[in-house]
Design a protein around this ligand. Structure first.
Ligand SMILES: C[S@@+](CC[C@H](N)C(=O)[O-])C[C@H]1O[C@@H](n2cnc3c(N)ncnc32)[C@H](O)[C@@H]1O
Length: 256
């Protein structure tokens, strides 16, 4: 499992914060819910939700020890503030029944998405809600599929023997069917074709460097930057111009 740098992520995650903020603005809570944030990363969004739960409780869970470490560094939490736990979305260590599960741009990093969805169904109380936002499939090659292509190329293939894609980009209908098979009822699934302008190749490269450790962890440290450069170069003609990132964002509202 890739270990993302939480400190670096905090510096480059305006994109993730912006796309999640739109969903958070529409999230209705009465303030007393018990909420689980899966793939909470540096905990920024978890804290935003905590502020809206004066009588409730929120747990942020992430598989990356450095993300959880950074999430816990932000100073002492308020009594109702978030608790952060290092754990894998495929094996959630909770007997608690939560009122709500949220997950922002994390579950496309779980190739065994069905296991994560089954885990969500298990930790939700009957009638509990889940809001999941993640990257989904499209005809346009993604930055992740571009990384796979670069990894398979002549320069890098020797580091990727037996490597399988560390991500999943389901089509919306596929996502819904998987959720239903794993104990969740689908209320709504929407998809938006989005773009984010990093403005410069350097800023896009900095963002990719933080997010592509699933690939660069396989490469000796001195060569990692060259891999990311190759990836960014290969992606540029697909997006249309330097620094532009395009992705399909799925938002699903589910319940048990
Ligand atoms: C792009 S970050 C999103 C962080 C945060 N939700 C946000 O929107 O800012 C993706 C996160 O998913 C986490 N992640 C990846 N695979 C995971 C898994 N199997 N279980 C839990 N977390 C996982 C990564 O460690 C990373 O922190």
């Amino acid at each position: 499992m890739a270990d993302w740098s939480g400190r670096d992520y905090s510096r480059v995650s305006s994109l993730q914060r912006t796309v999640a903020a739109e969903t958070l603005a529409e999230l209705v809570v009465d303030g007393a819910e018990w909420v689980l944030d899966i793939g909470c990363g540096d905990g920024f969004l978890t804290r935003e939700i905590a502020d809206r739960l004066p009588r409730g409780y929120i747990v942020g869970v992430d598989a990356s020890p450095r993300m959880v470490g950074a999430a816990g560094e932000v100073g002492p939490s308020a009594p109702s503030g978030p608790v952060f736990v290092c754990a894998d979305a495929r094996r959630l260590p909770f007997a608690t029944r939560f009122d709500m599960v949220v997950s922002f741009n994390a579950l496309h990093w779980v190739p065994q998405l069905g296991d994560a969805l089954a885990g969500i169904a298990t930790v939700l109380r009957p009638g509990g809600r889940a809001v999941i936002q993640m990257v989904c499939g499209s005809a346009r090659p993604s930055i992740e599929s571009t990384a796979m292509k670069v990894a398979a190329g002549a320069r890098w293939a020797r580091y990727f023997d037996g490597f399988t894609a560390p991500f999943v980009h389901p089509e919306p209908a596929e996502f819904s069917a998987l959720a239903e098979r794993n104990g969740l009822r689908v209320d709504a699934v929407t998809v938006r074709d989005r773009e984010w302008d990093f403005e410069t190749t350097e800023q896009f490269t900095a963002w990719c460097t933080v997010g592509c450790t699933a690939w660069t962890d396989h490469i000796p440290e001195p060569e990692r930057a060259a891999f990311v450069d190759d990836m960014v170069r290969a992606y540029e003609p697909l997006a249309g111009r330097p620094g532009l990132f395009r992705f399909m964002q799925l938002r699903a509202e589910l319940h048990t």
